[in-house]
Design a protein. Structure first.
Lengths: 114, 114
């Protein structure tokens, strides 16, 4: 079974700082990759996804993620965060061979201080 | 308009009781899911239905029984509640089965078993 690791449990940074959240997965085959975000009091929503093609994918709200196959990683980045980026961020993976099952990481809490 | 709604939002009950959580989506999607998020924020899939048919049934105690009266609804019934059932339960839907399709999440139901 695949698993997903998010290295940072809680990240605290100031506005305008750059953000990078790590995500590694363990699965030998081809995968689909996702980042979801949960703003305080709101439901989970998709930030971006990668299926194939350019390994650098751009999502909503200025986020991007890079798929590095050799490292089994899909790190999320934002060059300059805003206070409104305070949220819980979840990496998720599904194997192409059975893409019904989305496996989530434990999440990273991001707190942006004004 | 709420795309995926869940009721109730909060549920506090005693051990041994039977309770249900309801989920409805007005997106016209064929596939619906139930996820459990534990106290460590791990999100794990429990069930998935595609057009009222069960397609994912993870290792979940048989005290948990999903019911899909139509493709817009997926309810979760829990018998003989235990302390360990305390969690946030998320419903989600996607246009079709498979992670190629974005999943839309509901706001969650926080279940507390005392």
């Amino acid at each position: 079974a695949q698993s997903v690791s998010q290295h940072n449990h809680h990240v605290i940074l100031s506005e305008a700082a750059s953000l990078e959240l790590g995500c590694n997965y363990s699965y030998g085959g081809t995968v689909n990759l996702f980042w979801y975000v949960q703003y305080p009091g709101q439901h989970l929503q998709l930030l971006l996804k990668y299926f194939s093609g350019d390994p650098l994918v751009k999502g909503i709200k200025g986020f991007e993620a890079e798929f590095i196959k050799s490292k089994f990683s899909f790190n999320l980045r934002k060059p300059s965060v805003q206070w409104s980026d305070t949220a819980e961020y979840f990496c998720a993976v599904t194997p192409r061979s059975n893409d019904y099952k989305l496996s989530f990481g434990a999440g990273t809490t991001v707190t942006v201080r004004a | 308009d709420t795309a995926v709604s869940q009721t109730p939002k909060y549920l506090v009950t005693q051990m041994g009781n039977d309770k249900s959580i309801k989920c409805e989506q007005n997106l016209g999607h064929d596939t619906m899911y139930w996820y459990k998020q534990d106290s460590k924020k791990f999100l794990k899939i429990m069930f998935s239905y595609n057009n009222k048919e069960l397609i994912i049934n993870e290792t979940v105690p048989n005290r948990f029984s999903p019911k899909s009266p139509d493709k817009a609804h997926l309810n979760l019934h829990i018998n003989s509640l235990e302390l360990g059932d305390s969690a946030v339960y998320f419903c989600a839907s996607s246009p079709l089965a498979g992670a190629t399709y974005e999943q839309y999440f509901g706001p969650g139901t926080r279940l507390t078993v005392t």
